[in-house]
Design a protein around this ligand. Structure first.
Ligand SMILES: Nc1ncnc2c1ncn2[C@@H]1O[C@H](COP(=O)(O)OP(=O)(O)OP(=O)(O)O)[C@@H](O)[C@H]1O
Length: 387
């Protein structure tokens, strides 16, 4: 991200060291009071404020954020900083704000081995089938990639893999000499799905252990960093439900956090609650709930109607002290675009719906950024030698 001049003044006056110290303290205090809209904590939290430098001519502020910082996000953070500094007498100095992104690896369940080339895994789950979990997963992945992160998708919906179709990609992944598979690529995403390995209309008649094994093979047998770049976020589109398969998966896959997709109907919410309890049981934090098909938008007049009921996901979120991450309407274009391989976020980036997906994606990335870091890879392996 380049520096941005966020305020320009004239009549610059020279400053002593102690005056500049005072100004730095005042600026820091003002910025500490700003709430980051993506992490919901202070803009400066977690050592995000890396530098404040005052010269006779200018003030340079450096922030480092643990989520993707697109130009749009950079501009919105700059605006917040400008507003916060309004009350200070900057004595004519220009203010330059530079926001950089540094997406780190965060902790997952204890005892579950990490995946090579992947910093963070986010599971997208639903209690009930057909609520639009795969559509949400695809759009969230695209939104994170558009914001500047390295993103991959693992389609773990073994019984009904839909990511190849939704992300507009066909064919078979190449196998390397070491038997690792190369992920397929489209729309700036790396993608792996059982759908690439079996025919689209072949029914998957597998038992639990086979499903778990197939998923583990795809997860650990894919060379995610084949282009030399680690994946910041691997989005896993989990199979619907909360049976043994999902429970085993959530114990074997090192997940930094999960999101639960539901529709507003009571029956879907009942199963969404079960999904929450499943993650709770295996100590996977749930970032929040996404309500899909929340209202119907009429293509003729634009009228919005809550045909499946209103505020269901909000009630569930309140009940478990979760965040309602966002609401996506029932919209014909969402289905048409996903079914044709170019989901809303890439096909209609300026639409209101794309903005909703982007907002949800950034809230998730923001929440993840303030979670405990995973330092395990920073420690050397200790080799005990027998003498
Ligand atoms: N907000 C929406 N508006 C309109 N159609 C939608 C919306 N969300 C999803 N759909 C459509 O609903 C159908 C089911 O969606 P999707 O495959 O994402 O659900 P799922 O929960 O992943 O299903 P499964 O249980 O099979 O995994 C798809 O045809 C999709 O295009």
């Amino acid at each position: 991200m380049g520096g941005t001049v966020v305020a320009l003044r004239s009549n610059v006056s020279p400053m002593s060291d102690s005056m500049s110290e005072q100004l730095i303290t005042a600026i820091t205090t003002q910025l500490q009071a700003v709430v980051d809209p993506y992490t919901k904590s202070a803009l400066t939290a977690g050592r995000a404020l890396t530098n404040v430098k005052v010269t006779d001519q200018s003030i340079a502020i450096n922030l480092t954020k643990g989520y993707p910082v697109s130009e749009q996000i950079h501009a919105s953070l700059a605006q917040l900083a400008v507003d916060a500094l309004q009350g200070l007498d900057l004595q004519g100095r220009d203010v330059q704000l530079l926001v950089q992104q540094d997406i780190l690896s965060h902790s997952a369940q204890q005892g579950v081995r990490g995946v090579d080339g992947v910093k963070n895994i986010i599971a997208v789950a639903s209690g009930k089938g057909g609520v639009g979990k795969s559509t949400v997963a695809a759009n969230l992945a695209l939104a994170l990639a558009a914001a500047g992160a390295q993103v991959a998708v693992l389609d773990a919906d073994i019984y009904g893999p839909s990511q190849p179709r939704m992300l507009g990609i066909q064919g078979k992944p190449e196998a390397l000499d070491n038997k690792m598979l190369l992920p397929m690529q489209n729309h700036q995403l790396k993608i792996m799905s059982i759908g690439f390995l079996v025919e689209e209309d072949t029914p998957m008649i597998w038992r639990g252990p086979m499903v778990t094994q197939a998923l583990e093979q795809m997860l650990r047998g894919t060379d995610w960093a084949n282009d030399g770049q680690d994946v910041d976020y691997l989005i896993i589109d989990l199979p619907p439900g909360t049976g043994d398969i999902q429970l085993t998966l959530s114990q074997k896959v090192p997940v930094s956090g999960a999101v639960i997709v539901t529709t507003p109907q009571d029956i879907a919410l009942l199963d969404a609650r079960k999904a929450y309890k499943m993650f709770d049981k295996v100590s996977v934090p749930v970032f929040g709930v996404i309500e899909n098909m929340s209202t119907h938008v009429c293509t003729q007049c634009g009228h919005e109607e809550a045909i499946f009921g209103a505020h269901g996901a909000q009630k569930m979120a309140d009940e478990y002290d979760l965040e309602l991450l966002g609401e996506i309407p029932l919209e014909m274009a969402i289905r048409e675009l996903a079914d044709s391989g170019t989901p809303t976020v890439v096909a209609e980036p300026t639409s209101k719906t794309a903005a909703r997906y982007r907002d949800i994606a950034l809230r998730i990335a923001g929440k993840l950024s303030i979670k405990k870091k995973d330092f395990s890879s920073k420690f050397p392996n200790i080799v005990v030698e027998n003498s």
